[in-house]
Design a binder for this molecule. Structure first.
Ligand code: SF4
Length: 355
């Protein structure tokens, strides 16, 4: 998969775009004015793997909380601002690393100029975030039945406002709550501009459906080589967004810093508690941060062949398992030793030991 070549910007020390790794973002859902609660939530997000965090900045009091939050925030901090250019300027001055605002919603050109001047002075980029529900009426009329195109055009309108000020440290998002619209909008805008793209499916819902929408939308785009940073939107604890984003990046092969367990779905040939074995292996390897693929297969007939793409694996029989490496059979162990033997084998492979 060839990644789309995008312009590189920086949110603090985190590069977005170019060949930078796809970064994981989330947004706090605490009251930003409550510094202690917001900082505590940011700590939990960072612990889960969040790399850029956004906070809502609805008023002056929220701006006043930003320096304190910034002091305790170990990752880039993004201020989310709607309409109010005074708040945008104040947030830039308060030390945030990026601003999310739509320049077309600020009002006069002079106000846009002031926001750009503040962002330029502080060396911070602007994300233009278009949502399907906020597309201008005349664009909807111009592209009847083509919401993705109207969304892309809306984003580009905002882009042109910033470009007219000579400002190019721009990131774009074009989120819809349904997957096909989201994918089509990002694909369209990816063709029309060089800016990095922040991927997301907005208002995706509770984790039950939201995770699936995010996986389909964000994962689908990443698999096409589109996307530079991601945020999974869930009606849930934002820590769940980070976990979900991480698994999506892993599933599409954008991140390989983990032990991937592949397991067969089982069928009538399986004569062992395979699901239990697979789950136990998954739990046991969750803290491995090196790339290794481990197959847990339900029968000795098809297992080694079907698991050939894995680095190591086990093909289970009735009460025992055949360990294999790259499809080559190694040795047989009884059921009780399957998990420890597989973990030892993983350890040996990761340590480069000759088997
Ligand atoms: S590996 Fe064996 S048990 Fe598992 S699905 Fe394939 S044939 Fe069935």
């Amino acid at each position: 998969m060839e990644r789309r070549k995008s312009r590189r910007i920086f949110a603090g020390k985190v590069a977005i775009g170019g060949s930078a790794p796809v970064s994981i973002q989330s947004m706090t859902n605490t009251d930003t004015r409550d510094c202690a609660a917001t900082i505590a939530q940011i700590e939990r997000l960072v612990e889960a793997g969040c790399e850029i965090v956004r906070v809502a900045v609805p008023d002056r009091a929220a701006v006043q909380a930003l320096p304190e939050i910034r002091r305790h925030c170990p990752i880039p901090l993004v201020a989310d601002i709607h309409f109010n250019h005074i708040l945008a300027i104040a947030a830039a001055e308060a030390g945030v690393d990026k601003i999310r605002i739509n320049p077309g919603n600020i009002g006069s050109q002079e106000r846009v100029r002031e926001v750009v001047a503040a962002c330029r002075a502080h060396g911070i980029p602007i994300r233009i975030g278009v949502n399907s529900g906020s597309v201008e009426r005349e664009l909807l009329a111009k592209y009847p039945g083509d919401l993705p195109r109207a969304m892309a055009e809306s984003a580009l309108r905002h882009v042109r406002i910033l470009e007219a000020e000579g400002f190019y440290d721009i990131c774009l998002s074009l989120k819809a709550s349904d997957v096909p619209t989201t994918i089509a909008a990002y694909r369209t805008v990816a063709e029309l501009c060089p800016y990095p793209l922040h991927l997301g499916v907005t208002h995706a819902g509770t984790p039950a459906m939201g995770n699936i929408k995010a996986a389909a939308g964000i994962g689908g785009l990443l698999a096409m080589g589109i996307g530079d940073t991601v945020r999974v939107s869930l009606s849930s604890d934002p820590v769940e967004e980070v976990k979900s984003a991480r698994e999506i990046l892993r599933a599409v092969g954008v991140r390989r810093d983990f032990a991937e367990v592949i397991a067969c779905p089982t069928c009538g040939r399986c004569q062992i508690d395979l699901i239990e074995i697979a789950e136990a292996v998954e739990r046991a390897v969750k803290d491995i941060h090196q790339p290794i693929k481990i197959a847990v297969m339900g029968c000795a007939v098809n297992g080694p062949g079907e698991g050939r793409e894995a680095d190591i694996g086990v093909a289970c029989g009735k009460g025992d398992g055949l360990l294999f490496r790259k499809g080559e059979i190694l040795y047989k162990v009884p059921r009780a030793e399957i998990i420890p033997a597989l973990l030892k084998l993983a350890d040996d492979v990761l340590n480069g030991e000759q088997l």
